[in-house]
Design a protein around this ligand. Structure first.
Ligand SMILES: C[S@@+](CC[C@H](N)C(=O)[O-])C[C@H]1O[C@@H](n2cnc3c(N)ncnc32)[C@H](O)[C@@H]1O
Length: 206
C-alpha cells in the first residue's frame, strides 16, 4: 500500500487464482488509491477461471478475456488502473516463459496462496521460493498462511528473511518473508536449529 502511494505503481503476484477471491479483495481494498496495480495470478485448472467468468458478477472477473502471447496462454481484464492477468497452466513450468512473453514487471508483493505443502508440494520448495526471489524487487514482501517449519526453512534457504506474523482464527501464527532485511537472531536460530528439513524438488523426486 505504502509502495503504491510512494511510487504510483505496484505488482502483486498471487500463487493460485482459485475463484478470484484474492483478486477481488485486493481490488476492493486498493482501487480507491491513486496508482497502477498489476495483479498477476496463475491457475492450473482453467475450468475455475471460466467458472468465475460465467458465474461471478464482479466486473473484474466477468470481463476476463482469453489471450495468447508467444507460448503463454493467459486471461486479462482491467478496471481503470487495476490490471488483472491470470497465467494458465502449471506455474512451475509457465512462470519463466511468461516473464519474457508478457514482459512481467518485478514483484513487490507475493500472496503464496497455493493449497498446502501436502497437496501441491512443488509450490513450497526451496527451488520455487528461489525462482520467486529472482523475479522480485528488492522491497518484495511474500506472505503465506503457512507457519510450518519446513516452509520457513525452505524460504530461508532460498535467501528470504523470514518473520512470524500473528495468525487469525485458529492459526496461532503465519509467515512473512522479505528480502534484504535482517532477521530476528533468536527466530533465525530457532529455524536453523530445527531438525525438520526444507522441502526441495530433489527430495520430492525420490
Ligand atoms: C487455495 S487455492 C487459491 C485461492 C485463491 N487465491 C482465492 O483467493 O480464491 C489454490 C489454487 O492453486 C491452484 N494451483 C495448484 N497448483 C498449481 C500450479 N502448479 N500452478 C498453478 N496453479 C496451481 C489450484 O488449482 C487452486 O485453484
Amino acid at each position: 500500500m505504502s509502495k503504491l502511494k510512494r511510487d504510483g505503481e505496484i505488482t502483486i503476484f498471487e500463487v493460485g487464482y482459485g475463484l478470484g477471491v484474492g483478486a477481488i479483495r485486493t481490488f476492493e481494498k486498493i482501487n480507491s488509491l491513486e496508482g497502477k496495480v498489476h495483479f498477476i495470478s496463475c491457475e492450473l485448472d482453467e475450468g475455475l477461471i471460466n467458472w468465475s467468468i460465467e458465474n461471478d458478477s464482479h466486473p473484474l472477473l466477468n470481463a476476463l478475456i482469453e489471450k495468447n502471447e508467444q507460448g503463454t496462454k493467459f486471461y486479462q481484464s482491467s478496471i481503470g488502473n487495476f490490471h488483472l492477468t491470470i497465467i494458465v497452466g502449471d506455474i512451475r513450468k509457465t512462470l519463466s516463459v511468461a516473464k519474457i512473453d508478457l514482459s512481467l514487471p518485478e514483484f513487490n508483493a507475493i500472496y503464496q496462496d497455493a493449497f498446502s505443502p501436502k497437496k501441491n508440494p512443488h509450490l513450497w520448495t526451496t527451488e520455487w521460493f528461489s525462482e520467486l526471489k529472482g523475479l522480485s524487487a528488492s522491497d518484495c514482501v511474500l506472505s503465506t498462511y503457512s507457519a510450518a517449519m519446513p516452509i520457513r526453512k525452505s524460504l530461508l534457504s532460498a535467501g528470504w528473511s523470514v518473520f512470524k506474523r500473528e495468525g487469525y482464527g485458529e492459526k496461532r501464527s503465519t509467515t512473512i518473508a522479505r528480502l534484504g532485511i535482517e532477521m530476528n537472531p533468536v527466530f533465525l536460530q530457532n529455524i536453523e536449529n530445527s531438525p525438520e528439513q526444507c522441502l526441495s524438488d530433489k527430495l520430492l523426486k525420490k
